[in-house]
Ligand binder design. Structure first.
Ligand code: SAH
Ligand code: SF4
Length: 427
């Protein structure tokens, strides 16, 4: 999401005559696009900012701006705490950047952290920051209205709003024209997409069909989906549309119904497992991944065991796994003690990671002998004689390059694997 937002920021600044540099010491303006999701993310930003502070002592005209969620969360406090920061700009205020930059010319610190009910940057064509020119992001909705008790996103990104489908289709077509082969539709709850204009309604399944219909050579992915909105219609759409990738990221957070209730996730373990059964029934080869939080407020050992058993039952291909990090001003921070000791959170996280490693390896072994459609994306990090790409299921496949080029679709037979990667031969 932040990469996608940075692409919008670069586009706005290029219109003002700025150009992007890879070389930090050459920059007249440095923006750091920040994340507040866990304390660790914010600590990393603070460390990185010390580097910029140092650069500024050598180059006093250098302007430094903090963008995104941390800017929104801390507002002008950040300007007071970090005196070398010139601008603090929230995720809905990027159109104001040229004006803010001008205002800082005489040394003033500026902030714009106004959240919007409408801003989707629909008319701005992002400057793509990906390196391969094959797969890119399209932001289709912004914000979140779910207020899960642990989460800072509704406070830093504001209310949920969907982007005009016509502008999404135009952006996807533009990417196709530039040679892109894959788009990932992005949103905090991408499958809550719901566009209304007078009598016209476009839901997420409709939008996916429309994007996929632009070209059979365009792979369509989406992230991140909330389990509450994984409808039968959406699963049927993925199953029926060849170029919508058979891969679903469906964050569960916990396998325990009581814990999910405290998290305000609005579904139970059984309801979630029912959605997984439906996916497995209609899309038997679907790649599945999730997010897990360990050690949320009040998490008992029994609840933790429920998470492990759910993970084993689903057998995810991949998971993002975190220790609970209390975020200031959320419902949990105000009402629920952060009472699982740090070392116990760590121990539970290790158990969760171990279960995931075993599932990843088990699932990958099942792929040996099967043939997959792979979109070639990169030269392999290990050897220039090898290339890598992804299967529809979002697994990385490494193979000998032969005559293939980045952007090709090829068929590859899986011959071996690790827990993280499939190895194969072109067939
Ligand atoms: N909208 C998506 C998730 C966006 S945040 C969804 O609801 O599924 C990405 C992930 O960060 C979440 O899925 C969650 O696992 C994790 N996360 C969010 N808040 C957290 C917190 N306070 N501590 C630890 N992990 C957190
Ligand atoms: Fe955060 Fe919940 Fe919204 Fe996801 S759905 S962004 S976890 S509040």
């Amino acid at each position: 999401m932040n990469v996608s937002d940075s692409e919008v920021v670069v586009s706005i600044l290029e219109k003002e005559g700025y150009s992007l540099t890879e070389n930090q010491s050459e920059a007249d303006l440095i923006f750091v696009n920040t994340c507040s999701i866990r304390d660790h993310a914010e600590k990393r930003v603070r460390n990185r900012m010390q580097e910029f502070k140092h650069l500024k002592t050598k180059k006093p005209n250098l302007k430094i701006g903090v963008l995104g969620c941390m800017a929104e969360r801390l507002k002008t406090t950040l300007l007071e705490e970090e005196k070398f920061v010139d601008m603090v700009v929230g995720p809905d205020a990027y159109r104001d950047l040229p004006n803010l930059i001008k205002e800082t010319e005489d040394g003033r610190q500026m902030a714009n952290v106004v959240l919007s009910l409408e801003e989707t940057y629909a008319d701005i064509t992002p400057v793509r920051l990906d390196k391969n020119g094959v797969s890119g992001f399209i932001s289709i909705m912004r914000g979140c209205d779910n207020y899960c008790s642990y989460c800072v996103v509704p406070y830093t990104r504001g209310h949920e709003r969907s982007r005009d489908p016509e502008s999404i289709l135009a952006e996807a077509q533009d990417m196709l024209d530039k040679g892109y082969k894959e788009v990932t539709l992005l949103g905090q709850n991408v499958n809550s997409f719901n566009w209304k204009d007078g009598g016209l309604k476009v839901g997420f399944s409709d939008l996916m069909k429309m994007v996929a219909a632009l070209s059979p050579d365009l792979r369509v992915r989406f992230a991140t989906s909330h389990p509450k909105d994984i409808s039968d219609e959406l699963i049927e759409t993925i199953a029926a549309t060849r170029n919508i990738c058979n891969s679903i990221h469906l964050p569960v957070q916990s396998g325990s119904t009581s814990c999910l209730k405290r998290m305000k996730r609005v579904y139970s373990r059984e309801w979630y497992l029912n959605r997984i059964s439906k996916i497995k029934e209609l899309i038997p080869d679907c790649g599945l991944s999730t997010d897990i939080i360990c050690g949320f407020s009040g998490e008992t050992d029994e609840e933790h065991q429920h998470t492990l058993s759910l993970m084993k039952e689903v057998s995810y291909d991949y998971a993002f796994m975190f220790k609970y990090s209390e975020r200031p001003d959320t419902f949990a921070a105000n009402k629920m003690p952060d009472d699982v000791p740090e070392d116990l959170k760590g121990a539970r996280l290790q158990e969760v990671i171990a279960v995931q490693q075993a599932s990843s390896l088990h699932n990958n072994k099942q792929d040996i002998g099967k043939v997959f459609e792979v979109l070639v994306e990169n030269v392999s990090k290990r050897s220039t004689e090898q290339m890598s790409g992804r299967t529809q299921q979002n697994k990385v496949m490494v193979f000998n390059r032969m005559e293939t080029k980045i952007g090709d679709y090829i068929m590859v037979k899986c011959t071996d694997c690790t827990a993280a990667t499939l190895l194969g031969e072109i067939v």
